[in-house]
Design a protein around this ligand. Structure first.
Ligand code: PRT
Ligand code: ZN
Length: 285
């Protein structure tokens, strides 16, 4: 029987969360000490541990079938990859930064400047779209020191908290794109591998949905039920069960993370009491 080969980052910002995701999908990886290739238990996959920059090439060469990596690397290096799922971790921005004491008057600022980056392709596209001619200077690490040593007038790099820019006397002036970890695949999977990938994606969706929702249980007087049900409609509709005390019911439903605290406030206002909020492990529609 064939196995789907999944490439993940060997060590770095993506590694732990990639392994955690596979684990949450019921795939435990047998070889914990990260030799190059490990076999998945309970699911027909093999895990290939690589540098993130090498993952696109391995998939395009057919050595790996799918991979987990930052969208920034997909855009820079993945010519022939399809994004299957966005994974909601390793979020960052790719931005233009300039010395803090300079004034930025929009992208025209970059006209004729030298810009240091490890992402020349993404930067080139951005400059072209904005009709800017600039000199792209590719460097592999520590891009943020380029302006202070006189190597460039601006940089284009990954930003997360912004503290690296700050401590190098730079400021973020233009966000070119936002990135997060994604599951990508090559475009030539055979039917057997495609069927395994479909199963994996089904599980990933269930895990992702569960991570962004909470199960809520509450008690409410029957005369406030209509209002409460309109606030938390749930997956289909909420479960309502009578309490032993006359005139009261318990309501069970699901709340999305993005409006969580607002919804809790609305529920309390509508008369809900004894709220319990519980994490969900998997969510399948
Ligand atoms: O060894 P390998 O090549 O596999 O790893 P790597 O060193 O190339 O990558 P790694 O582990 O640093 O990052 C992997 C992926 O994580 C990136 O491709 C991004 O998709 C994502 N990611 C999320 C980040 C950051 N956040 C981030 N902050 N990648 C890098 N950074 C760097 C950034 O360049 C800056 O220099 O972290 C520094 C600190 O950022 P601030 O803004 O928080 O100070
Ligand atoms: Zn890398």
């Amino acid at each position: 029987m064939q196995k789907l080969r999944i490439a993940i980052q060997k060590s770095g910002r993506l590694s732990e969360k990639s392994l955690q995701l596979l684990n949450d999908c019921g795939i435990s990886v047998s070889n914990g000490n990260r030799t190059l290739l490990a076999s998945g238990k309970n699911f027909p996959v093999e895990i290939l541990y690589l540098r993130d920059d090498d993952i696109p090439g391995y998939i395009e060469d057919g050595v790996a079938d799918v991979g987990i990596l930052g969208e920034n690397v997909v855009l820079e290096k993945g010519n022939d990859l399809s994004v299957i799922n966005r994974l909601n971790f390793a979020r960052c921005r790719m931005s233009i930064a300039i010395p803090r004491n300079e004034e930025y008057n929009g992208v025209q600022y970059l006209q004729g400047k030298r810009i240091a980056t490890s992402y020349p392709r993404i930067l080139k596209n951005f400059l072209q779209q904005n009709n800017i001619e600039a000199d792209i200077h590719e460097i592999l690490g520590s891009v943020e020191i380029a302006p202070s040593i006189g190597l460039s007038g601006a940089i284009f790099d990954i930003v997360s908290t912004g503290s690296t820019l700050l401590s190098n006397g730079l400021k973020e002036v233009d966000i070119v794109l936002k990135s997060e970890a994604v599951l990508v695949s090559g475009n030539n999977l055979n039917a057997e591998k495609q069927a395994i990938l479909d199963k994996l994606v089904f599980r990933i969706n269930a895990v992702m949905k569960a991570r962004t929702n909470r199960y809520v249980l509450l008690n409410a007087p029957n005369n406030s039920l209509d209002k409460i049900i309109s606030i938390i409609p749930g997956m289909k509709s909420p479960t309502v069960v009578p309490l032993a005390e006359e005139g009261w019911s318990a309501v069970h439903s699901v709340i999305g993370e993005e409006r969580f605290w607002d919804v809790i406030d609305e529920l309390k206002e509508a008369g809900a009491q004894g709220l319990l909020v519980i994490p969900i492990e998997k969510m399948v529609n």
